[in-house]
Design a protein around this ligand. Structure first.
Ligand code: G6P
Length: 606
């Protein structure tokens, strides 16, 4: 999603804007731009594609202003070209925007009738013209912005600078996140604390509906009722975060390899390692009397929720409803008051997930969230926040956040099972000890990483790939297919193995590899039958299992054997080989692994 940065500095800010934008690259973008105000005059530089193109353009036509805004754009309205790249501006005002202005069409029609000349296909440009009109009428910048904000519908974060005002920047937030960074005689705006980390660790988050007037020495925040308010300034930990690839070729590789460590950290937070009992801090929901659990999320986080449904139902006998947030937000699902609604989100900012959270709150549900960013909107709007301790995840394709989400969900399912009387203390201790083994199993898999390079050759350049799994391996098959399509652009689909004969079997021939996720559990033989059906039709099977004999005896084009773990922890263990398979296929095909085309890390629009 789009990234925003703004700097009121004491020297030319263009280079710092680019540095901050680099730290926002992980969100996904297809063009970028900066604008500064120099001796009262606005200047701008934009480029299609990566930041290096913007840097090149800036080298040719430098901007010298000490106040500036920058943007990485993920196209929503209008193609990703230079004209549509932000900042958008007139000679009076320059704006960068993250989000969507839903009523831009009627606004644009009205403005055009009044004589405004539009240059772009974007929704953002209406904001520029609206503010310019107000300024033309003689309004001060603050009044102009305030008047315009009331006319906008949709979700947005904005950073705005003005001709003739070298010590002024206005930021506004409705829906999309925006942080203020407090420096020494300098002030900043940014989409997140990671962008601001090189400049300051003193960060305050605007609340929904807030706007802020910044000078180099002050920040005045006004809330949606027009009242001046204070927002807490936190010490951000983002500055301590090393946003580099270490010895790895890609962030995704680094993040796959971090999994033993970060799962260990996450477990350390949720289990008492001395007693092997689950201990969830700041979580006082009583599972014993809970009528129902509703889970909602998007993308990979949704698949983590789908695994958890198997866990909660089997180990805690707790009815679970789960749906992707983009559907659940409009389904008008009836909910008995007093249920628990659980949201899973790496970023904590996904617009659809947040919308379901608000719906569930209105339905009188307790609201809990598993998030990786604890300052995020979803975290702040939840009654209970369960952090994943994965550290910043930069690769667009989620890996370590997924396995950390599973780790938290596994602990929660055990707690629910104990409280509901379906897991004894001894069983709890056994399940926890199995969870504690997971980092070791994953390290063993990572030691065999070279085997995936060869396996990836079998997938590269194929048109379609199927992934099959049963039980809690079914969501892992879905996640495997998602990983592959996201980063290699090969069409991949995950199926419940039992559904094979209801459609996908029609696709099987010698050109369609079928990745089968088949741990030796109570469903193993059933999955083997489905593999036979594939083999009988000449399909190429890539088998992921923990059963050496099966791997040796079954005719597969390739197989990978993971360490034998407990049935409960298998989804965590099998998540890793499917990540490695997708990663090495993408590397082999030469795609942009960390920033795949068209994708965004944090999806703050519908
Ligand atoms: C985007 C990302 C996915 C992620 C999904 C949900 O599509 O590319 O990797 O799973 O959003 O994001 P969240 O931050 O809510 O987990």
């Amino acid at each position: 999603m789009c990234g925003i940065v703004g700097i009121l500095g004491t020297e030319p800010v263009a280079e710092d804007l680019i540095d901050a934008l680099k730290r926002l690259e992980y969100r996904g973008y297809d063009s970028a731009g900066v604008s500064t105000v120099e001796n009262g005059v606005l200047g701008r530089c934009r480029a299609k594609g990566k930041l290096k193109n913007l840097q090149k353009a800036l080298n040719e036509a430098p901007l010298q202003g000490h106040a500036g805004i920058g943007h990485t754009r993920w196209a929503t309205h209008g193609a990703p070209n230079v004209t549509n790249a932000h900042p958008h501006m007139t000679d009076r005002v320059a704006v960068v925007h993250n989000g969507i202005i839903e009523n831009f069409k009627p606004l644009r029609e009205r403005l055009e009738k009044e004589g405004a000349k539009f240059e772009t296909d974007t929704d953002t440009e209406v904001i520029v013209h609206l503010i310019s009109l107000e300024l033309k009428k003689g309004s001060a910048p603050e009044q102009a912005v305030q008047a315009v904000l009331t006319q906008l519908e949709g979700a947005f974060a904005l950073a705005i600078i003005f001709a003739g005002h070298d010590d002024l920047m206005i930021g506004a937030r409705r829906g999309s996140p925006l942080a203020i960074g407090y420096g020494e005689k300098e002030m900043y705006l940014g989409s997140d604390a990671i962008a601001l980390a090189p400049f300051t660790d003193r960060v305050a988050y605007l609340e929904d509906g807030d706007w802020v007037r910044l000078s180099r020495t002050s920040a005045t925040i006004i809330d949606e009722r027009g009242q001046e308010v204070e927002r807490t300034i936190n010490r951000s930990t983002a500055s301590a975060m090393l946003v580099d690839k270490g010895n790895h070729r890609h962030f995704m590789a680094k993040e796959i390899h971090q999994q033993p460590e970060v799962i260990g950290h996450t477990l350390g937070h949720y289990v008492d390692l001395a007693t092997n009992r689950v201990q969830i801090p700041d979580f006082d929901i009583d599972f014993k009397t809970l009528p129902r659990l509703t889970i909602s999320a998007c993308g990979t986080a949704y698949y983590a929720g789908l695994v958890a449904k198997y866990w909660f139902e089997k180990y805690a006998r707790l009815p679970v409803e789960i749906d992707v947030a983009s559907e659940m937000r409009y389904r008008e699902a009836p909910m008995e008051p007093g249920g628990l609604a659980l949201f899973i989100s790496q970023s904590g900012e996904t617009a659809d997930t947040l919308a379901v959270l608000r719906y569930c709150r209105a339905q009188k549900q307790h609201v809990a969230a598993i998030v990786n960013v604890t300052e995020s909107t979803i975290a702040r709007e939840s009654d209970a926040t369960l952090p994943t301790l994965a550290g910043p995840e930069i690769g667009v394709a989620s890996t370590k956040a997924f396995t950390c989400q599973l780790t938290v969900l596994a602990c929660l399912a055990i707690k629910a099972g104990v409280e509901r009387g379906h897991i004894s203390i001894e069983q709890e201790m056994e399940l926890v000890s199995q969870l504690v083994e997971v980092p070791r199993h994953i390290s063993t898999i990572l030691n065999d990483e070279h085997l995936f390079e060869k396996m990836a050759h079998g997938l590269a350049h194929k048109r379609d790939v199927l992934y099959l799994g049963r039980g809690s391996s079914f969501p892992i098959a879905l996640e495997g297919a998602l990983k592959l399509k996201e980063i290699s652009y090969i069409h991949a689909e995950g199926y419940a193995a039992g559904e094979l004969k209801h459609g996908p079997i029609a696709l099987i021939d010698e050109d369609v590899p079928v990745v089968v996720v088949a741990p030796k559990d109570n469903l193993f033989e059933k999955t083997v039958s489905n593999m036979e059906e594939v083999a009988a039709r000449g399909g190429q099977i890539i088998l992921m299992t923990d059963d050496k004999e099966a791997a040796a005896s079954f005719t597969t084009s390739s197989s990978f054997v993971v360490p034998r773990a407990h049935e409960f922890t298998n989804p965590l263990v099998f998540a890793v080989p499917i990540q490695l398979l997708a990663y090495h296929t993408a590397v082999f095909m030469g795609t942009d692994v960390d920033q795949p085309r068209n994708l965004a890390k944090s999806v703050t629009v519908e």
